[in-house]
Design a binder for this molecule. Structure first.
Ligand code: CTP
Length: 396
């Protein structure tokens, strides 16, 4: 969210991981960033400036003393206009140069001239990575406030196995988002619930719902970006837990209730995005049910309403609920907000195309406890999460 319309300078140095810088460029452009690429001479041996120019939709800068490039942009103006520098891959050589104040080409000169955050994604042979001089250079730079995204351990292009592989472009993008996000939720401890719950009928069958967990996972991810400590309590979902969250996996409404009540003591904000089952079979049988000749019926009992329970012992906590409706959206949502003692409710009509369960977008109305309505247009669940957190940050 935060990278949109930002000026990012991507520095590429000469290593095989330079090919991954192409994907990183594509991802940043897709997220709405204006990307200017600076390549060292070595980088241009691995990928061509034309590739990066096509992907970034901007001229690529390669040579400090190119008269035309200097006249058009100039290394100082490139540094001035940037919101963030990312160097991917960052070789041992480049790291050594910055750590020792050497500025002998366009990239190192521009880095030296910038005051904005710099993120380095090291990539090198594992023995080079472990070299104490390289380690010392990295530590020195960290001390000066440079950001690093750690290399990964695995198979290296040189045939070795070890630490030194550049972080994946998607992870680098996420770190950029984190660096650029406001930290307006710092100090908050947020519990987010997500996904469906499964209520067992027997060892192989359950009652569930169509929730994918996408809305809750988006909220957890965005809250981490904005500096909060986040515990994500999730029912069954195929999604990967967002980086930086404390993740608790549960299955039934009762398991979710217990997990929430343990984490509640510490929480300053609770966001119940989970589609908790309202009913469960009143006795789950321990052996698989056998098919008989006639029809059967299931006896269901109510589950505990988790958010109402939180609402009753709310204290100073800020509580946010969701209302999944198919009719009378605002009236039903307002009723839930009041009855469950919430601060905000996010109302969505799950029948409208592009909203509700299992899709990447949502159409929601944010309602606060004074009855103020904010109807948002259709947007990605990431964007909805961002907007919800804007409201939380302004009301807290
Ligand atoms: N919720 C909960 N515990 C339940 C059921 C719901 O904490 N057992 C929470 C949901 O996470 C959501 C809010 O209550 O934040 C509203 O859920 P929703 O399903 O829209 O409403 P219900 O209260 O279940 O009412 P109904 O299904 O009749 O609309």
């Amino acid at each position: 969210m935060s990278i949109r319309d930002k000026n990012i300078v991507l520095g590429i140095t000469g290593g095989i991981a330079a090919y991954k810088a192409c994907e990183l460029t594509r991802l940043m452009v897709k997220s709405g960033a204006n990307v200017n690429v600076i390549m060292t001479k070595g980088a241009a041996e691995f990928v061509t400036p034309l590739t990066l120019q096509t992907l970034s939709r901007n001229p690529v800068h390669t040579d400090l003393f190119s008269l035309t490039q200097e006249a058009e942009v100039g290394h100082i103006s490139l540094a001035d206009r940037a919101d963030l520098f990312v160097i991917a891959p960052a070789t041992a050589n480049l790291i050594g140069k910055i750590a020792n104040g050497i500025a002998d080409d366009l990239l190192t000169t521009t880095i030296m001239a910038t005051k904005v955050p710099v993120l380095l994604a090291p990539a090198m042979n594992c023995n080079m990575y472990e070299n104490p001089i390289v380690q010392e250079n990295m530590n020195k730079l960290k001390g000066y406030g440079y950001n690093f995204i750690d290399s990964e351990t695995g198979e290296l292009a040189c045939g070795y196995e070890g630490k030194g592989r550049m972080a994946e472009p998607g992870d680098i993008l996420e770190r950029i988002e984190v660096i650029l996000s406001p930290k307006d939720l710092k100090g908050e401890r947020i519990v987010v619930t997500a996904g469906p719950t499964y209520e067992a009928i027997d060892p192989v069958r359950f009652i569930g719902n169509r929730s994918s967990g996408k809305m809750g996972y988006a909220l957890a991810k965005m809250a981490v970006r904005r500096g909060a400590e986040v515990t994500l309590i999730s029912g069954p979902s195929s999604l990967l837990p967002p980086r930086g969250t404390r993740f608790i996996s549960v299955e039934s409404a009762e398991e979710m209730r217990k997990a929430v009540s343990v984490k509640l003591k510490d929480a300053t904000i609770v966001i119940m995005a989970a589609a908790v089952a309202d009913y469960r079979p009143n006795k789950a049988v321990s052996e698989k049910m056998k098919k008989g000749a006639g029809s059967i019926s299931l006896d269901l009992e109510k589950t505990e309403d988790i958010i109402s329970e939180i609402g009753r012992k709310k204290g100073k906590r800020f509580i946010i609920g969701f209302a999944a409706e198919t009719d009378n959206l605002w009236a039903n949502a307002k009723k839930k907000l009041k009855e469950k003692n919430l601060d905000l409710i996010i109302a969505n009509n799950v029948k409208v195309p592009g909203a509700g369960f299992a899709v990447d977008t949502n159409i929601v109305t944010i309602i606060d406890n004074k009855g103020t309505l904010e109807a948002l247009p259709k947007m990605s669940k990431d964007e909805v999460a961002w907007k919800v957190l804007d409201r939380v940050a302004s009301l807290k």
